[in-house]
Design a binder for this molecule. Structure first.
Ligand SMILES: [Zn+2]
Ligand SMILES: [Zn+2]
Length: 271
């Protein structure tokens, strides 16, 4: 069995995804995955497409069914993808008890006062590089203050830039080295995993979030906690890019990646 766990898989419990968790487990077994870290969007930002869509009881039931389908052949982990936790964490914690989840992923989909970075709109209206700079400033706030285990898709703004027909081939390590270093150092200090999100590989920009240069810097600074996530939402991109993602981690010098059970990191070999 391939020990690899895909730690970013959406189910039909989120309005922007359409495959039931149980079917994803079946596909995971076909692909010999070691584990699936499921996430449901928990967004309390009214601008977000998934705003207030989370139903904890329905999600529990769906993950329980997935666990039965797995039959011990693949590990099923129950996670949440919390949008803008540096802004909404208190409200989120009034709705859900984090101790019922294997892991909490923090995600930045919207830059405060500017708007969503997933689409093209915000980039055609504003100065794109100012938005990207602000994206990193907010990412730093997320990792400083939030109760999260994984930082999702750092660099997701490339999707919006590419959709707007703007340049996305810059290296932010060169543009804002201090901010990026601060983010990576806080991740290491607070034992938050950096996710290597492979969904950009199937989009126009054809690059991982974060870009390889940031992954290299994380390693240089002594970072070890990394996860791989496909950000699966629907066919035909189920588990897309996992092999490329693992190969990139190996090339960068990581020998292990991590899954999370009861909010504790569990290492698995990449080779
Ligand atoms: Zn996300
Ligand atoms: Zn996601």
């Amino acid at each position: 069995m391939n020990p690899l766990s895909d730690m970013h898989v959406h189910t039909s419990d989120s309005p922007d995804a359409d495959i039931p968790a149980r079917s994803l487990v079946r596909k995971g077994k076909e692909n010999n995955l070691g584990g699936i870290g499921f996430v449901a969007h928990l967004d309390l930002n009214p601008e977000d497409f998934c705003y207030a869509s989370f139903n904890a009881a329905a999600y529990d039931e769906s993950i329980n069914r997935a666990g039965s389908e797995a039959g011990g052949r693949l590990s099923v982990m129950k996670g949440l993808e919390v949008g803008e936790p540096h802004v909404y964490e208190k409200q989120v914690k009034n709705l859900v008890d984090y101790s019922n989840y294997d892991f909490i992923t923090g995600a930045l989909h919207s830059v405060e006062g500017i708007g969503m970075v997933l689409g093209r709109e915000v980039f055609v209206d504003g100065d794109p590089m100012e938005i990207v700079e602000e994206y990193y400033a907010e990412t730093l706030r997320i990792v400083e203050v939030s109760d999260i285990d994984i930082l999702a898709h750092m660099g997701l703004f490339r999707r919006g830039l590419a959709l707007a027909g703007l340049r996305y081939d810059f290296n932010e390590m060169q543009l804002w080295p201090e901010t990026i270093d601060s983010i990576l150092k806080v991740l290491i200090e607070r034992k938050i995993a950096l996710e290597l999100n492979t969904s950009g590989l199937r989009r126009i920009e054809k690059v991982t979030y974060p870009i390889p240069a940031i992954l290299e810097r994380f390693r240089e600074l002594g970072g070890t906690l990394v996860t791989v996530g496909s950000d699966t939402h629907r066919e035909p991109h189920v588990f897309f890019g996992l092999k490329q993602g693992s190969a990139l981690l190996l090339k960068t010098g990581f020998r292990e990646a991590y899954a999370f059970v009861d909010r504790e990191p569990q290492a698995f070999g990449l080779a």
